[in-house]
Design a protein around this ligand. Sequence first.
Ligand SMILES: Nc1ncnc2c1ncn2[C@@H]1O[C@H](COP(=O)(O)OP(=O)(O)OP(=O)(O)O)[C@@H](O)[C@H]1O
Ligand SMILES: [Mg+2]
Length: 582
Amino acid sequence: MLKLYYFFKNNIDHSLLFLFILGIIVSFFELIGMSLLLPIFQPDYNGKFAEYIKYTLSLFNINYNIINLSIFIFIIFLSKFIISVFQEYKYHKISNIFLSNIRKKIVDIITHADYLKVNKYSFSEINNLLTKETEKAYELFFYIMQISVVCTLMIGYLSMAFFLNVKYTLVMIIFGIFIMLVYKKLNRKVKYYSYEILNKSERINKYLTELIVYLKYLKVTNCINTYNKYMKESSDEYSHIKYKQAFLGGLTKRSSEPIGILMILLMVSYNNIYEGKSNIEIAFVALFLYKVFTTFTNFQYMYQKILAVHASTFKIIDFENTLKNSQNKNNENKIYFNELLKTITLNNLSFKIENKKIIDNISYKFERSKIYGIVGNTGAGKTTLINLISGLYIAEDNCMKYNNTNVNQIDIRKLSEKIAYVSQENFVFEDTLLNNIISWNKEYEKDVEQYIKISALSKLVDDLGLESNIGSFGTTLSGGQKQRICLARELIKQPDVLILDEATSALDANTEKEIMGNIISLKDDKITFVIAHRLSTLFKMDEIIFLKNGKIEASGNFFELYHTNCEFKKMCNNQNINLDNE
Ligand SMILES: Nc1ncnc2c1ncn2[C@@H]1O[C@H](COP(=O)(O)OP(=O)(O)OP(=O)(O)O)[C@@H](O)[C@H]1O
Ligand SMILES: [Mg+2]
C-alpha cells in the first residue's frame, strides 16, 4: 500500500491530496442534503433529527420552516453539483498528466539505465508497460479516488442510520460482515486473474511483435502456421480470463440491489409487525441503510477493480525501482569528458554476464590514429569487448581508461557523443534516407554528399533520392544497402572512436575493399576498431587482436599473426588466404 502511495505521490505531487479532499467535500454535501430531507416528508417531524436540523440551519441564520429548508437543500445539492463538475475537470486533468508522467519516466529509465538490465526485459514486456499497463495504472488512480469518496459516504450513512436506530443498524452491520466474507472469496479470484491477465497480455504482445518483425522468415519457413495457432490460443485464453474477471465485477455490482431491497423489506415488515415505530423515521433508517449497503457493494466493486489492475501498477513500480538504481549508480557525480582522446587503456579487464565470465583479464592500449582489428571464433567475446569499450556495458573500476580518466568516472551520456558504432544488427529507421544518414541532425547536412561517396551509397541515392522513405526496418532495402546507410550515419559524426562490428559483412568484395580503403584514409583523427569474420577485411589493420574464450590469444599485424599463430593461420587458410611465401 505504501509503495502505491509513493508511486502516486511521486507522479502527481500535492494535487493528489487536493483531489482527495474534493471527493470528501462532495460526499459531505450529499450526506447533509440527504439528512435534511426527513422533515420535508413529515413537516411536523420532531424526532431525533429535529435538533440536528435546526442546529444546522441556525449555523446559516436560517429559520426552520419547510420553504427555507427546501431552498437550503436545493442549494446544498446545487453546490454538490458544481464541486463535482470541478472535481471531474480537475481529476481528468491530473490523471492525464499522471499518465503522461509515467510514460515519460519509463522512457527516461530505458534511456539512462544500465543496458544489460533493461535488456533483461523482453520487448513485449516493455511494449506492454508503455501502453496497456500505464493505462491500467491510470485506472487504478481513478478507482482509488473513487473508493475514498465511497468510504466517506458509507461511514456517513452508517452514522446517520445509527443516530436514528441503533438496533437495526447493528443487525445490518452483522449482515454486512457476512456478505463481506462472500466477497472476500470473489476478490481472491479477481486478484489471481489480474496476474494471469498481465502474463497473457505480454504473451499476445510477444507473438504479435514477432509475427510482424519476423513475418518474412515465418512465411518462408511455414512457421507462420504454428505462430498463427499460438497467437489465437493466447488470444482465446486472454479473453476467457478477462470475461471471467469482468463477470465477477458485474456480479458484485448487480448483487447490491436485490440483497439491499430484501434487507429493507425484512426490516420494514419486522417493524410493522412487532414494533410499529413512526413509518417515516423507519423509512429513512431503511433509506440510509440501503445507501450503506449500495455504497458498500460499490466499495467492493471498486476494490475488485483495484485488484484487477494492481498487478500492472506493481509491475511498473518494480520496473522503475530495479532500473532506477542502476541509473543512479551510473550517472552520479560523473565528469564531462572533453579532452582530445589519445588512448584507451584496458588494465586486467574482466566482465561477467549472469555469472558467466565473458571477458577474461584483458590488458591492452589502443592509440589514436591507429586502426585495430578484432578476430576470434563466434562467441569469443568480440562484441562484448567492444560494448565495454563503448561504455554500453559498465566495466569494473580502474580496468579501463579514456586517456588517464577511469571510464566509470565519465558521464556515459556525454561519452557516447564521441563514439560511432556500426553494430552487427543494422538499425535503419522508418524515415527518409537523408534522416537515416544525418540522424535528424541538420548540422551534418553539409557533409552528406562526401559521406555518401565514402560509404559507396551514390548509386542508391541517385536511384531513390534522399527524401524517399525507406520503410519500417528498412524493408525496401537490401542487406548491403542497409549496412552502408548505417556506416554513412556513423562516419558523418566524425567520431573519436569508430567501431565497426561486422559492418561490411553483407557487401560484395569490391565494395568492401573500396569502403575499407576510405575508412583507413580517415583513421588519423580517431581510434578505429574493426571486427570481421572475413579476414581479408583486416589485411591493412595496424594491429589485430585475436580473442579466444574472452582472452587475448595473440596480437600483432596481419603478417605477424599469420606467421606466429597457428590457429590464425588456419583460419586464414580456410578462407583461401595464404601468406606462406611472403
Ligand atoms: N546479454 C547477454 N546475456 C547473456 N550472455 C551473453 C549476452 N551477450 C553475450 N553473451 C554471451 O557472451 C559470449 C560472447 O558473446 P559476444 O557477442 O561477445 O561474441 P562474439 O565474439 O561477438 O561472437 P560473434 O562472432 O558470433 O558475434 C557468448 O557466449 C554469448 O552467449
Ligand atoms: Mg559479435
